[in-house]
Design a protein around this ligand. Structure first.
Ligand SMILES: CC(C)(COP(=O)(O)OP(=O)(O)OC[C@H]1O[C@@H](n2cnc3c(N)ncnc32)[C@H](O)[C@@H]1OP(=O)(O)O)[C@@H](O)C(=O)NCCC(=O)NCCS
Length: 158
């Protein structure tokens, strides 16, 4: 009988030595990935946080990055810029855990509202956000310049 073992997901703030695995996931997840320089600069902004989900892997249980989330805290609002999970590890609750943790940290820091934009075609992400209380409130036409795709604006009260 096959037994599905849930990963032991650990969430922590990204460090500079996570840049390589985070960039590898970024490149597989997005058509127009952020550059390593942009991502590294993000680590220096007070208002920006990148959380990584990790699990122990390999014979010595080395930490492997499973996914990440980038968000900004501005006044009473948390704005999610980016969330991505390593493709083979999707559908196991890692994305949900990352968004939940970001919202919990934002709320603890005084945020009352969470906002984000998501591609109109990205149903997986929209489902995820909806299950966490986000509601679509508008459309930004041609928001994604690479393909001229519209963005759905989603908002959640915390
Ligand atoms: C969106 C993404 C982060 C979700 O991560 P994940 O770890 O696979 O998500 P989870 O396993 O936590 O799933 C949470 C919920 O998301 C939704 N979801 C996930 N994959 C889905 C799919 N293929 N189709 C429809 N809904 C899906 C479901 O509502 C799911 O809840 P359920 O398992 O109770 O049905 C991941 O698919 C990803 O990295 N995509 C590429 C990058 C991206 O599009 N990021 C969003 C940019 S705004």
């Amino acid at each position: 009988m096959a037994v599905r073992v849930r990963p032991r997901v650990n969430i922590r703030v990204m460090r500079t030595d996570d840049l390589e695995p985070v960039m590898a996931i970024e490149r597989t997840a997005f058509k127009s990935p952020w550059s390593p320089e942009l991502l590294a600069r993000e680590l220096e902004h007070d208002w920006s946080t990148i959380l990584v989900a990790t699990e122990p892997r390999g014979p010595r249980g080395e930490e492997a990055v499973m996914g990440f989330i980038i968000y900004w805290m501005v006044h009473d609002e948390i704005h999610v810029l980016n969330v991505a999970v390593d493709p083979p590890l999707r559908g196991r609750g890692v994305g949900r855990t990352l968004v939940q943790e970001a919202l919990a940290r934002g709320k603890a820091a005084g945020a009352t509202l969470a906002t984000l934009e998501v591609r109109k075609s990205n149903e997986a992400a929209q489902h995820l956000y909806q299950t966490l209380g986000f509601k679509p409130v508008g459309v930004r036409a041609n928001y994604y310049v690479d393909e001229g795709e519209d963005a759905i604006v989603m908002v959640a009260n915390l």
